[in-house]
Design a protein around this ligand. Structure first.
Ligand SMILES: *[C@@H]1O[C@H](CO)[C@@H](O)[C@H](O)[C@H]1NC(C)=O
Length: 303
């Protein structure tokens, strides 16, 4: 072989091997056995949180399911069996989160993993919320925005600040995963309040990660997931029949992305699917009108 191709081959082989060894060393399951992991799921009563709870229960972890709705939570706990703890609380309520932390210490002596799946949607165009844009209309829009921020931003702040101390004190390899959204990095019509509040918590989370290097922070940014986004929307028209979308990403698939990310101690953002959304995020800086046009088309939005 010529010297140059041989060198390139050697460097490539070295890089592949190096990455594989590094990924292996990063595997968290070497430090925490899957059946000894203590996992907290916030927003466990439906959708992704519910699916994640079942995945962890299946692999033998100790899993604590948290949501406000007690009925759905009890059904889930019954499905998940003995390893499953169900606690009805509000992740955006400081007193609830402090109580939860105390219960986890009492029950398990600590905590290794948190998945933040709780959140609310918003589905109306901004000017529709503001109506005729008189004082009342504007205040109404601001009120809806405040409710979205109370959950999607303040909830994340309250839950993370409450749980970071117990994670750091009691886990060999603490991890927090935030279920964010593609909407946090790519703008979309009818999703302004959702996108804005999701972007707020994403940047909060990323900055917190820099301040807390001993915890692995991961954000998963999925595109539309199967199920009913409208059901979680704070501004949905109650007269409009909620249709379940079956075309979205499969819950099992996104749940797998979340557990794999935590097991591999992945840091930073994971956009799902990477193509085209990670590209769209960057393309927006180069060619915003293209992204705007595509977004109107995707949402079937006529101004
Ligand atoms: C938090 O929850 C408690 C009950 O668990 C309730 O008394 C309190 O008002 C809530 N706080 C807020 C700010 O909603």
């Amino acid at each position: 072989m010529e010297p140059l191709p041989a060198t390139i081959t050697a460097i490539t082989a070295f890089l592949i091997l190096y990455r594989a060894l590094k990924a292996r060393a990063r595997r968290r399951t070497l430090h925490i056995k899957p059946n000894e992991e203590r996992v907290l799921i916030l927003g466990a009563s439906s959708g992704l949180g519910r699916t994640l709870t079942k995945h962890y229960a299946q692999r033998g972890a100790r899993v604590c399911a948290v949501a406000r709705r007690k009925k759905q939570l009890d059904e889930l706990a019954a499905e998940c069996g003995d390893g499953c703890l169900a606690i009805a609380s509000d992740f955006a309520n400081a007193s609830d989160m402090v109580n939860l932390r105390q219960k986890l210490v009492a029950e398990w002596g600590g905590l290794d993993t948190v998945h933040i799946c709780a959140g609310v949607g918003a589905v109306q165009p901004v000017m529709q919320l503001a109506g005729p844009a008189d004082e009342t209309g504007i205040e109404h829009a601001a009120e809806i925005a405040k409710r979205a921020a109370d959950v999607n931003f303040h909830g994340v702040l309250i839950a993370t600040t409450a749980l970071i101390p117990i994670l750091k004190e009691t886990s060999l390899a603490p991890a927090i995963l935030l279920v964010s959204s593609v909407a946090a990095v790519v703008p979309a019509p009818t999703r302004a309040l959702y996108a804005a509040t999701k972007a707020a918590s994403l940047l909060f989370f990323q900055s917190l990660a820099i301040e807390q290097p001993t915890i692995a922070f991961t954000s998963v940014l999925p595109a539309t997931i199967e199920g009913n986004f409208r059901a979680s929307a704070i501004d949905a028209d109650p007269d409009q029949k909620a249709e379940t979308n079956k075309k979205g990403l499969k819950l099992d698939y996104v749940a797998r992305v979340c557990t794999d990310a935590v097991d591999g101690q992945r840091r930073g953002n994971i956009v799902v699917p990477w193509f085209p959304y990670a590209i769209a995020h960057h393309l927006y800086y180069l060619w915003p009108s293209l992204i705007e046009r595509q977004a109107r088309k995707k949402y079937d939005f006529t101004p």
